[in-house]
Design a protein around this ligand. Sequence first.
Ligand SMILES: Nc1ncnc2c1ncn2[C@@H]1O[C@H](COP(=O)(O)OP(=O)(O)OP(=O)(O)O)[C@@H](O)[C@H]1O
Ligand SMILES: [Mg+2]
Length: 312
Amino acid sequence: MKTRIITVTLNAAIDKTYYLAEVMKGRVLRAEKVLAVAGGKGVNVARVLRQLGHEDVAVTGFAGGYNGRFIADQVREYGIIEEFVKVRGESRLCLNFMDSRDGSSTEVLEPGPELGREQAEEMKAKIGALASQSRLIIFSGSIPRGLPADFYADLIRIASSCGAEVFLDASGEPLAHGLAAVPQLIKPNADEIRPWLTGSGERAVAAAVTKLMDKGIPNVVVTLGEEGALAGIKGRIYRIHIPRIAAVNTVGSGDAFLAGFAYGYVRGWSSENCLRHAAAAGCANALSPIAGDVDVGNYENLLQEVSVETWL
Ligand SMILES: Nc1ncnc2c1ncn2[C@@H]1O[C@H](COP(=O)(O)OP(=O)(O)OP(=O)(O)O)[C@@H](O)[C@H]1O
Ligand SMILES: [Mg+2]
């Protein structure tokens, strides 16, 4: 029985946070503390999977230069197998300047290396090779400059034909194209579901979920931030309720949610149970200052406070 879960981060990054007394334009700012964490959505999912106790986790994507080596090294330190495709140029640095006076955050996001046909072919071969040894492949995040918007669709078809199941957490065109390759699960948030929404409120979200299930996607999960989530699984609709918490940083909560769901999914748990663990992981992430980071004690406490209601 295969147990490996691969996460794919085409646009891997270092998330670097500078803690400053005050962020002021045109001044010399001295940081009180600096935090550098290997990031990108798939790396976040992989880290949370390891924190939840899944042993066999690997990451791939494109990594380049000094930043690429930093990401690969840190990922290995988490006990994750590193399978990045190495490219020329520097992987992205995503800078976050935290102002301790007003709590604001100012971000600078690098675009990352521009890629082309050669790298695309290398990634297709990599996914084919990894998929044949894996239970599940999770594709997360944006597509790098220079690669086509339907690249995920190609990769999903390759992964599926090699015997792996596929989850897709993307938005916009990559998500729309990806649907045609029929992944087992998609996880848009309230904003990313908008192209399928007519109207507002929970009923409209449920209608959009049904529309997407009718395209053959067996698991459609829409996360709604502090409002929990609404999911359509094998024709049934579920409403996931979460407790009110004092959130510290909700970035990466969707990634943690996906990790929690995947953890249960590969163990053959019921839909309700997968959703409960997913929501607890999402909430636990919101309690950590780091994106894609879950304290297991918080997660276990939150599990008792999440409820899953069958809607239809
Ligand atoms: N403020 C919050 N309080 C409690 N739980 C939260 C909060 N924000 C998010 N969560 C939990 O995390 C899950 C996913 O959150 P959200 O919908 O914000 O994901 P997302 O927008 O995809 O995030 P990202 O892409 O940054 O990882 C929610 O379903 C919920 O369980
Ligand atoms: Mg998300």
